[in-house]
Design a protein around this ligand. Structure first.
Ligand code: A3P
Length: 290
């Protein structure tokens, strides 16, 4: 196994890595002209930062009790991927408000997303927990190259040779260009600490008012325990195309600080050396435990 990602699993386009099984270069290029509506909402993340969690919260806020049948829809159908149109949906005909998820860097999103009222919710997570979650995911998903041990994965992660590239580039890009977008920054850690508070923050950003009972429902349905046992939150319908059967669930542990169970002191120090200085500016935008 070399440092270079296998082309079977990743290809580089415009400085960013994509999964060849899910998207073509032409489709990525076409997204620049993708027409944005003011009512669109995007959940943007680096992988393993709480995307599905936030997709679920978003769809619960918008749909719960409002539209029939959404409960029975897969989360990826309620809040589909922009760049990975897995079920080939007609996004142009999709009724408003359209909800999307994306891992795109700020410079590859539809041009109209800038200076518009469409909203972006960017969720970040402590990069050490991201790395550990990503490592486990690489041994769970058929779309990601299997990694024999954490050390090899870690070196790839620190070199940005994984899906979605270098973690710091992704987050720094979005945070330094925040004024170009209508954006709310959240962290996985603050969602864990105070889920209700995070849901309220999202509601305020979206201009959605929920009554106490609706709020309780959203919070309850977005807890780890509830989602862990929900096949629609675990990509169960895509078994085989996405997850290797029998290797575990998409929702794994859902905790803060799990990196301490995987990383050695030396690996953690190696990590700190790459990130510490560069992380400083991000602490004013994001709050997480390291
Ligand atoms: P772990 O592997 O640490 O358990 P993404 O959706 O961006 O791929 O992120 C996946 C991570 O978010 C996994 O982390 C998963 O368990 C966690 N997650 C998903 N839903 C969650 C929830 N309701 N509460 C806490 N963590 C959740």
């Amino acid at each position: 196994l070399t440092m270079e990602p296998s082309e079977e699993f990743l290809f580089k386009h415009k400085g960013f890595y994509f999964h060849p099984a899910l998207v073509t270069r032409e489709y990525i290029d076409s997204l620049e002209d993708f027409e944005i509506r003011d009512s669109d909402v995007f959940v943007v993340t680096y992988p393993k930062s709480g995307t599905v969690w936030t997709q679920n919260i978003l769809s619960l806020i918008y749909h719960e009790g409002h539209r029939d049948g959404t409960e029975n829809m897969e989360i990826i159908d309620r809040v589909p991927w922009l760049e990975y149109n897995i079920h080939n949906m007609d996004y142009v005909r999709r009724p408003s408000p359209r909800l999307f998820a994306s891992h795109l860097p700020y410079y590859l999103v539809p041009r109209d997303l800038k200076n518009r009222r469409a909203k972006v919710i960017y969720v970040a997570r402590n990069p050490k927990d991201v790395a550990v979650s990503f490592f486990h995911f690489s041994n769970l998903s058929v779309l990601v190259e299997t990694m024999p041990d954490f050390n090899i994965f870690l070196e790839r992660f620190l070199a940005g040779k994984v899906g979605a590239g270098f973690w710091l580039d992704h987050i720094t890009g979005w945070s330094t260009h925040r004024d170009d977008f209508n954006i709310l920054f959240l962290t996985y850690e603050e969602m864990k600490k105070d889920l209700r508070g995070a849901v309220l923050k999202i509601c305020k950003f979206l201009g959605k008012e929920l009554n106490e009972k609706e709020l309780d429902t959203v919070v309850e349905k977005a807890t780890f325990d509830q989602m862990k046992t929900d096949p629609r939150a675990n990509y169960e319908s895509m078994k085989g195309n996405f997850l290797e059967p029998g290797k575990g669930h998409f929702l794994r542990k859902g905790t803060v600080g799990d990196w301490k169970n995987t990383m050695t002191v030396a690996q953690s120090e190696r990590f700190d050396n790459v990130f510490k200085e560069k992380m400083k500016d991000l602490f004013s935008t994001f709050n997480w435990d390291t």
